[in-house]
Design a protein around this ligand. Structure first.
Ligand code: OAD
Length: 234
């Protein structure tokens, strides 16, 4: 008989991909790759200037071809050997998937997907090389980036909350905890379970959260050692 693995739920933000060379949002005064975040990541911004939004996400998508998962992504995959690992990410890159993580839930969409303007459930896989404009059609549909802009609902928040409620261990990596509802996931953990937060400049967190004030790669190495020592196989 095999022991049932503990459920490790990990919530990641831009900081986990920083060491892969993808810039975070709030480490540069609200600028993201030299653009105002609200211009390129809000519903209003999209309505005002869809051509700019397409251009911006074309560039972000193309940049995926120049980056690789780092050791923090890889250690999360390795933890699947010992834990039932679920990754909930605010990131729109595909670095968790490329590191091999098997269960990844994207809260804010994915760069490698476009969706129909006239049917939000019609989602198309694209490649880093795909270039789109507001006139681009896929299967006859005008498309937009499959990104959850500010002012839009976050459809995956419900399954994310359910996962967090079931967690035996909860880990937060590289997020400023500034954007809701993602930032509120922490409040769904069952009381008494271990919670870790890896970030070199962590936000204020409730008592009982163990803060590992380190970059994602170093912090994940430390967490990996702690988890294996304390919990695996329990
Ligand atoms: P932020 O840019 O707000 O926060 C990044 C966090 O990563 C900060 O707390 C940094 O201290 C931390 N950080 C920086 N370098 C790091 C490293 N090497 N290792 C670990 N942590 C590091 O990014 P998010 O919290 O992910 O939404 O932002 C949330 C959302 O705001 C994004 O998903 C995006 C944005 O608007 C959309 O695009 C819809």
């Amino acid at each position: 008989m095999t022991d049932k693995k503990l459920k490790l739920v990990v919530s990641t933000g831009a900081g986990i991909s920083a060491e892969s060379g993808i810039s975070t949002f709030r480490d540069a005064d609200g600028l993201w790759e030299n653009y105002d975040v609200m211009e390129v990541a809000s519903h209003d911004g999209f309505e005002r200037n869809p051509a700019l939004i397409h251009e911006f996400y074309n560039a972000r998508r193309a940049a995926l071809a120049t980056v690789e998962p780092n050791n923090a992504h890889i250690l999360l995959k390795k933890l699947e050997e010992f834990f039932d690992v679920y990754v909930i990410t605010q990131n729109v890159d595909d670095l968790h998937e490329r590191a091999g993580s098997s269960k990844v839930l994207h809260l804010h969409g994915e760069l490698l997907k476009m969706r129909a303007m006239d049917d939000e459930n019609l989602v198309f896989q694209v490649t880093p090389q795909t270039v789109t404009t507001p006139q681009t059609r896929i299967d006859g549909h005008l498309v937009r980036p499959h990104i959850v802009f500010f002012q839009e609902a976050v459809p995956n928040i419900e399954p994310a909350m359910e996962l967090v409620e079931q967690a035996d261990v909860f880990v937060i990596v590289g997020t400023s905890l500034a954007v809701y509802p993602a930032a509120g996931l922490l409040h769904y953990v069952r009381s008494g379970i271990p919670v870790y937060y890896i970030d070199p400049r962590p936000s204020a967190v409730p008592r009982g959260v163990t803060v590992i004030r380190k970059n994602a790669t170093e912090g994940m190495e430390e967490l990996y050692r702690i988890l294996l020592k304390n919990m695996a196989g329990k």
